[in-house]
Design a binder for this molecule. Structure first.
Ligand SMILES: C[S@@+](CC[C@H](N)C(=O)[O-])C[C@H]1O[C@@H](n2cnc3c(N)ncnc32)[C@H](O)[C@@H]1O
Length: 182
């Protein structure tokens, strides 16, 4: 859920939606951001919980999933909330994303889509293809890949710093949106 962008778009598009985030602060920020008037009949729910366990949603009940997980521990979204996958290194993060993919597959209706946005990371001079590694978690859970969209990344706060360092590497300036189908 983060700050609620997806729920705001759902409200504007007249879609019923449920947003989940492990961080209670994200829930309250999203609820504040959702307090705007518009002509809508949508019902929007927020939930403080773990995307690895959506036990409050029945099997094959959801029409569309849109999720934007942390990029392993590149940005830490809390200071120690149990279950926050932004506190995990790459391998542990992927283990949790495998559970998220399995749960996403369970709650989605057959034939419907699950969109996931993620970027790669650079650590100790190497690129870690986090996007493609995470994609494998969703394929293993049973999804098929319908689209791989490359999204240009603008306004990266750290670009100015790295451009002045004269390093011999290219800055990562794209993210992926994987569109999976159940
Ligand atoms: C990249 S941000 C999402 C940003 C969002 N797209 C927006 O527009 O604000 C990732 C979010 O995942 C949440 N998160 C981390 N671990 C989680 C988990 N296990 N279950 C649910 N949410 C989690 C973090 O608290 C953070 O708000």
């Amino acid at each position: 859920m983060g700050s609620g962008t997806t729920l705001i778009e759902a409200k504007l598009l007249n879609r019923h939606a449920v947003g989940v985030d492990i961080n209670p602060q994200s829930v309250s920020i999203s609820e504040t951001n959702l307090q705007f008037q518009c002509e809508t009949i949508s019902r929007i729910f927020t939930r403080n919980g773990n995307a690895t366990d959506l036990d409050f949603i029945k099997d094959s009940h959801i029409d569309f999933i849109c999720t934007h997980p942390p990029y392993a521990n590149i940005i830490k979204y809390s200071k120690g909330i149990d279950g926050d996958i932004s506190l995990l290194g790459v391998e542990a993060f992927l283990d949790e994303m495998q559970k998220v993919a399995k749960e996403a597959y369970r709650v989605l209706k057959k034939g419907k889509m699950c969109a996931v946005m993620i970027g790669d990371v650079r650590k100790c001079g190497k690129v870690i293809p986090l996007g493609f590694r995470m994609m494998e978690c969703f394929l293993q859970a049973g999804f098929v890949n319908k689209e791989i969209i490359i999204k240009e990344q603008h306004n990266c706060h750290s670009n100015d710093y790295w451009e002045k360092q004269h390093n011999n590497f290219l800055l990562l300036s794209h993210e992926y949106i994987f569109v999976f189908q159940k």
